[in-house]
Design a protein around this ligand. Structure first.
Ligand code: GLY
Length: 582
């Protein structure tokens, strides 16, 4: 039997959790996106290269590297480190992510997996409470949810293998070091997020002192954010490479801070971390090649599976945003997301039938089950398990250079500001990525969602992700670089950008700005942004689709590559997103 303390704790955790779901965390996230008239939005052009990111200063840092002769990978590395300073809610060195690179110079595409891993002491039941049920406070709000950060290893590996050779890691770190040491003025966009996340950050004095004013209240717009410890940590990386982070004083401070907060990451865990170069997931769609992220992200597989289903429909004959087109998108998403839930996880631990899932004939079979005149109830698609909720405060940036190289990078701390813990003396804000594991097979979590076996926690394991950094090629050359934050909504967002560009021939800015919808199989409901016509919504209802709440925020910062140069589309859903060209 549960003690009254346990009952109260669970009750409070449940209330906090439900509030987090009902009351989106920040003013930024609360702001409902109202799409502009699509005729009025136009992409931003550049002559040579471009960085499109969710934060202005860092986009400009990357563009400056391009201007100085760097390639897209050099620029992506500089932008990634700069965002760890200027965009602390998702840019990071305390989290992880995925980078897809098209290297024109080497005529190859690769995926860099720098997803966080679970510490060696992780057990399958680590996120269960005493009652054997998932305890969300453990995976989301405690140091047990911290995965071993992968960003430093990932960005360094990308540079070592695919950088131009014109810049050292230390040189690319200089802008981030200066921004952390000298500080920068907080934008309206960042200021929006702090009031609602500050209490979570302020659980730890090491975090509170960075993100608070002298009177203890959250920093505000136009305040200066100085991160001296973070500057020192970045300098250690500049001096020693990744060893400056994963070994020595920084690693010792990270391990101590995590242990003091009740986590189980050790110095050995940090020393053992490795980023991995993987073969990307590849597909084709209407004469284009799709190159995207393989497991441990579900992104590329679900994207290619969905595109394969859609390829058999004459989408361009149906008006963009018309009920017939939306119906097909929803039905295709539903089927691919069902497979995500059943099969996918860390490839070191699960043997998913990837080649089947991304095969054209498999899509043919799924397509045959789609009815033009009615929605298929999700329960009829497959009686498997339900995907858990994923953190959505990730960030995506796209980079192209004048040499034909392209980088698509998505990285994250999971929740905004991760678990909220800045490791004392390091300035490193830590993730709560291990919440992306499924806490228990067959057990309901606080949302009544059921988990699945492929994604249970395990030592050294990488939790399943939805991040989908993607590059679309035509005749071997990049034509579109895209990706998005947004948890499970990432894949559907990337899908709609691609369909809008390839099927509907939309200007990339309009393709990104157009209202989006999302169906992830379960719950069996469509989430829609504002901007769809009432007629379309009513027709979807008539076809049997349940329309749920508003689709939460995504931000597909994309670049179209044209013979006349890159066209940037910073997503208008996020203030501060920037296309910086050269
Ligand atoms: N934490 C969100 C994701 O990896 O998809």
């Amino acid at each position: 039997m549960m003690s009254s303390y346990q009952t109260r704790r669970k009750f409070l955790a449940t209330i906090a959790f439900l509030l987090a779901g009902i009351l989106p965390a920040t003013a930024q996230e609360r702001r409902v996106y109202v799409p502009p008239s699509l005729d009025s939005v136009h992409a931003i052009s550049a002559e040579h290269g471009m960085v499109v990111a969710q934060e202005k200063i860092s986009a400009q840092v990357g563009a400056d590297i391009l201007r100085r002769g760097g390639n897209a990978v050099d620029a992506a590395v500089a932008t990634g480190f700069a965002m760890a300073v200027t965009y602390p809610r998702a840019g990071n060195i305390g989290g992880g992510g995925f980078m897809v690179i098209h290297s024109a110079e080497r005529k190859e595409a690769v995926a860099i997996d720098y997803r966080e891993t679970a510490p060696a002491a992780t057990t399958a039941n680590i996120f269960l409470g005493d009652d054997g049920r998932p305890d969300i406070a453990k995976s989301r709000d405690s140091a047990l949810g911290i995965g071993i950060p992968g960003t430093v290893a990932g960005l360094a590996l990308a540079l070592e293998k695919y950088g131009s050779g014109q810049f050292t890691l230390a040189e690319l770190l200089q802008p981030a070091i200066a921004l952390a040491r000298d500080g920068f003025v907080i934008s309206d966009d960042m200021a929006d997020t702090l009031p609602s996340w500050h209490r979570r950050l302020a659980r730890w004095p090491s975090s509170a002192k960075i993100f608070s004013r002298p009177d203890g209240t959250p920093l505000r717009e136009d305040d200066r954010l100085v991160q001296s410890d973070l500057a020192e940590t970045l300098m250690a990386i500049a001096a020693q490479g990744p060893r400056g982070f994963y070994e020595g004083p920084v690693a010792e401070k990270l391990a101590k801070a995590i242990s003091d907060a009740g986590g189980i990451i050790t110095s050995d865990d940090l020393r053992s971390y490795r980023a991995v170069i993987r073969e990307p997931v590849r597909g084709t769609y209407r004469g284009h090649d799709i190159v995207s992220m393989p497991q441990p992200s579900s992104g590329g597989i679900v994207l290619v599976e969905t595109l394969n289903i859609l390829e058999g429909f004459p989408l361009s004959d149906l008006k963009q945003g018309s009920p017939a087109s939306l119906h097909l998108l929803i039905e295709a998403m539903k089927r691919a997301y069902a497979d995500r839930a059943r099969y996918l996880g860390d490839p070191a631990y699960v043997r998913a039938p990837i080649q089947t899932l991304i095969a054209k004939d498999y899509a043919d079979r799924l397509r045959a089950g789609i009815k033009a005149d009615s929605a298929t109830p999700s329960r009829e698609i497959v009686a498997a398990a339900t995907p858990p909720r994923e953190g959505s405060n990730t960030t995506h940036y796209s980079v192209v250079d004048s040499r034909g190289n392209a980088v698509s990078n998505t990285y994250t701390l999971n929740f905004s500001y991760g678990v909220g813990l800045v490791a004392e003396g390091t300035g490193v804000l830590l993730n709560n990525e291990l919440d992306d594991f499924t806490a228990a097979v067959g057990a309901s979590n606080a949302y009544g969602l059921v988990g699945y076996e492929a994604n249970l926690p395990g030592p050294g394991k990488r939790p399943l992700s939805s991040m989908s950094p993607t590059i679309v090629l035509r005749d071997g050359k990049p034509v579109l670089v895209t990706g998005s934050p947004g948890g499970s909504r990432i894949i559907s967002s990337v899908l709609q950008v691609i369909v809008n560009v390839l099927d509907y021939k939309m200007d990339v800015a309009a393709a990104v700005a157009a209202p989006r919808l999302h169906h992830q199989w379960l719950p069996d409901e469509v989430r829609m942004e504002r901007g769809f016509s009432d007629d379309a919504i009513n027709e979807l209802k008539r076809l049997g689709h349940a329309i749920g709440g508003t689709m939460e925020q995504t931000s597909a910062n994309s670049i179209a590559v044209t013979p006349n140069g890159p066209l940037g589309a910073p997503d208008p859903r996020t203030r501060g997103a920037e296309a910086a060209g050269q």
